[in-house]
Design a protein around this ligand. Sequence first.
Ligand SMILES: NC(=O)c1ccc[n+]([C@@H]2O[C@H](COP(=O)([O-])OP(=O)(O)OC[C@H]3O[C@@H](n4cnc5c(N)ncnc54)[C@H](OP(=O)(O)O)[C@@H]3O)[C@@H](O)[C@H]2O)c1
Length: 309
Amino acid sequence: MADKTFKLNTGADIPAFGLGTWQGEPGKVKTAVSHALKSGYKLIDAAYCYGNEDEVGAGLADAFASGIKREDVFVMTKVWATYNTRIGLGLEKSLKALGLDYVDLYLIHWPLLLNPDGNDDRFPKKEDGSRDVIHSFDHREAWKEMEKLVETGKVKAIGVCNYSKRYLEELLPVAKIVPAINQLENHPWLPQTEIVDLCHEKGIHVVAYSPLGSTGSPLASAEPVVKLAEKKGVSPYTILLSHHVSRGHTVLAKSVNPDRIDANKNLVALEKDELKLLDDYSADIVAKKEWKRYVYPPFGVEFGFPDKS
Ligand SMILES: NC(=O)c1ccc[n+]([C@@H]2O[C@H](COP(=O)([O-])OP(=O)(O)OC[C@H]3O[C@@H](n4cnc5c(N)ncnc54)[C@H](OP(=O)(O)O)[C@@H]3O)[C@@H](O)[C@H]2O)c1
C-alpha cells in the first residue's frame, strides 16, 4: 500500500504516503528524512515556515549519496505567507535550503499575506502582539504568481493548502491552472467533506495532513479506530493512515522516530464497511459540531471553514 501512487491532474504520479517534517525537533529531521527514504518512503513534505528545509535538504543529500535517485523521490514544499507577493523569491530560498534544482510540487501554505516588510521573516507581529496580516491582499494574486513558476521548470506542479470550499470557489474561475492538490487537515474528527467533495469534482487531489491529530497523536485513542485496529490486528496509527489511502487520498505522517517511521509505512487496505464505520463516526461528530481542528494559526482571518465560521 505504501508503494501506491495516485495520478495528479498534470499526469504525474504522487505517492499515496509521505513523511511530514513539521515540528521535527532540530537535529532529528536530517536522520528522519534519510531513514525514511532508505526504508522505502518516496514522498517528503516540507515548508519554508517549518524552519528546517536545510535539514530536510541534508537528509535528501544523504539519501541521494546512498544511491537513491532524485527522480524517484517526490518533494513538495510551500511558500510561506510573508512571501505570497514574492513567490519566486520564496521558491529560490526553499530550493537553496533543500539543495534541489526543482520541487515536484510547490504549494501556497495559507491563503493570506503576512506583512513582507514586518518585524519578522516568518511571523511578523503588530505592536499589540497580533499577527501582522495585510487584510487587503487577494489570495488569487498569489495563485497568478504560482502559475508563472510552472514554465521555469523549477516546480513540476503547483497546488494549495488550507483552501476551504469558499476559497476554492473564488480561485477556480480565475485559475489558468487548476491546483494539482489541496493539502488540508483531515481525519475522523475533521472530515471536511464539503471541501473533499469539491476537490474530487474538480480533479484536485486531496492530501491529508495531521492524520493522527498532530502533536501527541490523540486520534489513536478514538473508539472506532481502536476497535477497527483490534479487528484487523494492526495499530490504531495504521488505521488512521490507511483510512486516507483506501479513499484515494495521499496521507502525510510526521515522525522523527525511526521505529515509528518504519511502522507507519505498513498500511492496510480498508474494506467498504470499514471505511463506512469511520465515515459514520465522522458524520456523527460533524452533526454534533464536536469537530476538532488542530492546526489553525491565530491569523484573525476568516478562511471559510464551517467549523470556524
Ligand atoms: N499544509 C499545512 O498547513 C500543514 C499543517 C500541518 C501539517 N502539515 C504536514 O503534515 C505532516 C503531518 O501532520 P502533523 O505533523 O501535524 O501530525 P501527525 O502526523 O498527525 O502526528 C504527528 C505526531 O504523531 C507522533 N507519531 C507519529 N507516528 C507515530 C506512531 N506510529 N506512534 C505514536 N506516535 C506517532 C509524532 O511523534 P514522533 O515524531 O515523536 O514520532 C508526532 O507527535 C506535517 O509534519 C507536515 O509536513 C501541513
